[in-house]
Each structure stands twice: as C-alpha cells, then as structure tokens.
Design a protein around this ligand. Structure first.
Ligand code: AMP
Length: 288
C-alpha cells in the first residue's frame, strides 16, 4: 500500500503515519525527518537545507524528489509506504507521478487531514512541551513565528495539491480534529473502502503463512479429503438405513394419506350427490 498524508503543520500527519506503520507494516517516509537527519549529519543536502528549514521555507524540489526516489528503492519500502510531508508542491507531485510510473508503482490514496487553523498553534505548542518533557531536542522551526511562515507556505504551495489529487480521484478528506484513535479508524475505513487494505489485515491465511506453517496447513488440507470420504461413507450407510426406515414410514404414511383422501372425497361425493338430489327435488316442487 502506498499513501500520501496531506495536511498543514500540526495536523497530526506524523502521529497518524506512525500508527499506520504499526498497523500495516509499511514504512513512513518523512522528508522533514530525513532532512533533519541530513542537517544533523552535516551532509551536503543537510548543509543546503539547514537555513531554509530554520526559517520555515521550502527546500528545493529537486533535493526532496531525489531523497524520496532513493528511499523508495530501499528494500524496506517494497511492502509499501506512507509519504509524510511530501509532496509539498505541484511540481513535486508531478515528479512523484513520474517516478512512480518509472518504478511501476501505483499510489493507492491521498489522505488529507483537515483541521481548524486556530488549533494548530496550540497543537504545536503541545508537541514542543512533550518533546521537552521527554528530554528531546526541540525543532528549531517549532516557534510561533516560524510556524506562521510554514502555514503561509502550506496555504500557497501545498494546498493546491488538494485540487491536484481530487481531480485525479485520489483524495480522501478526514476530519483531523477528532481524537487520535478516531482519526486512525477513519483512515482505516477509508483505506478499506478504497480496497487498499484487506478487511482482516491481521489475519494470516495458509497462502501467506510462513513455509513451515504452510506445510502444516497444507498437510491438514491434504488430509481433509480422506477424512471427509470416510465420514461420507459412514453417513451414506446411516442414510441407507434411515432411508429404508423412511421408505417404510413413507409407505405407511402414504397409505394413510391415500385412505384419508379417499374417505374425504367419498364424503364430498356423497355430499355433492345429496345436494344435487335436493336441488332436483326443489326444482320439481317449484314446477308443480
Ligand atoms: P516537516 O517535518 O514536514 O514539518 O518539515 C520540516 C521542514 O523541512 C519544512 O518546513 C521544510 O523546510 C522542509 N521540508 C520537508 N519536506 C519538504 C518538502 N517536501 N519540500 C520542501 N521542503 C520540505
């Protein structure tokens, strides 16, 4: 399964992506995370991105497209992925379409998390407080000033993607103001409706079981016809006996029914005859 999570900063994309990763066993590809790692490692990409990210701007399209293209080729992404924070512009979306086509991969859905803008600042403040509590380094772009800039860039550059994917019938919009688990459930329902996930995504069938389990399962299945044949033979004998009894019973019952019917029709005939005779008498009397 390959999906995109779309939404402004603080809409819960990262949180939902992590929950979906656990549920479906796919990987989260977050360009923000990858860029932060590149900045921390001081790679050429990191050096290029550092200032832009700190000011709330967008890293050039070719940089992020290159990162994503390489990441999709990694073995752990073969099972599927969730794109979080990418694409962020229409040219990035076009580049993604192009590279997926080249890699013969299909995008299953684009999930937009819609939230009230007024809630975003307090959400990001809560995220900062939690990170501080856990002793984690706080993001340099998680300040009210930079958030305002990130929001402005979302509105002008990323929001057009809603139209882009809705035109391509890929977009599903979810109310991101619901509780975290409710949002997860709504996403799951949407993925089910789109056929992107199996109804019982956790159930293992004989076909998907590990080889050892498959052998056991196959043995069981192979044994089934023999057992079934024996059972059938036994039940056939029983049925024969029961059949004989039933035939006897049926004959008796049939005889009874015939007798009853005969009696009934005889009674009817008598009644009819009597009625006819009575009618004749009445007619004769009337003539006289
Ligand atoms: P995020 O963690 O998604 O909020 O991203 C943090 C920052 O990384 C953004 O404000 C951008 O500066 C940069 N960034 C992440 N993803 C992209 C992208 N797809 N295109 C351009 N810049 C990005």
């Amino acid at each position: 399964m390959r999906i995109i999570l779309l939404g402004p900063p603080g809409s819960g994309k990262g949180t939902q992506a992590q929950l979906l990763v656990q549920r479906y066993g796919i990987v989260q590809l977050s360009t923000g995370e990858m860029l932060r790692a590149a900045v921390a490692a001081g790679t050429p990409v990191g050096l290029k991105a550092k200032e832009i990210m700190a000011s709330g701007g967008l890293v050039p399209d070719e940089v992020v497209v290159g990162i994503i293209s390489d990441r999709i080729d990694q073995p752990d992404a073969k099972n599927g992925f969730i794109l979080d924070g990418f694409p962020r512009t229409v040219p990035q979306a076009e580049a993604l379409d192009e590279l997926l086509k080249r890699k013969h991969l299909k995008l299953d859905a684009v999930i937009e998390l819609r939230v009230n803008e007024s809630a975003l600042l307090s959400r990001v403040e809560a995220r900062v407080a939690q990170m501080k509590e856990r002793g984690e380094e706080v993001r340099v772009d998680d300040t009210p000033e930079v958030l305002t800039k990130r929001l402005a860039s979302y509105r002008s550059q990323t929001e057009p993607l809603i139209h882009y994917y809705s035109e391509r019938r890929k977009l599903s919009t979810i109310d991101g103001m619901m509780a975290i688990d409710e949002v997860t459930r709504a996403i799951h329902r949407q993925l089910l409706a789109l056929g992107a996930v199996e109804p019982k995504s956790h159930a293992r069938s004989a076909a998907t079981a590990t080889p050892a389990k498959r052998t056991k399962a196959a043995k069981k299945t192979a044994e089934k016809p023999v057992k079934a044949a024996k059972k059938a033979a036994k039940s056939a004998k029983t049925a024969k006996k029961a059949g004989k009894k039933a035939v006897k019973g049926t004959r008796k019952a049939a005889k009874k029914t015939v007798k009853k019917a005969a009696k009934k029709s005889a009674r009817k005939t008598v009644k009819k005859g009597a009625k006819k005779a009575a009618k004749k008498v009445t007619k004769k009397r009337a003539k006289r």
